[in-house]
Write a protein of this length. Sequence first.
Length: 84
Amino acid sequence: MQQTCKACGQIDKLNFDVPDSVWTAVVPPELQNRVVCLACFDTFARKNNVNYAASLKAVFFAGDAAAFEFQPVSITPLRASGSY
């Protein structure tokens, strides 16, 4: 059974890990105990002006035929519109 993002409704194939303090600073309270995809998390982070790049511990892809774990090795925060 595939999880869906409770913010956008899309199937969530990318799981990620950030510290609880970053999660609560980024995700709206009503979604904090729900599934939020990485794309929505990124959108919330930008809206809340939270630079989470250094806090991202791992990203996991859960496909139908295989699963992969990606380890961040470089940090490049975006600086669009004065954010971050």
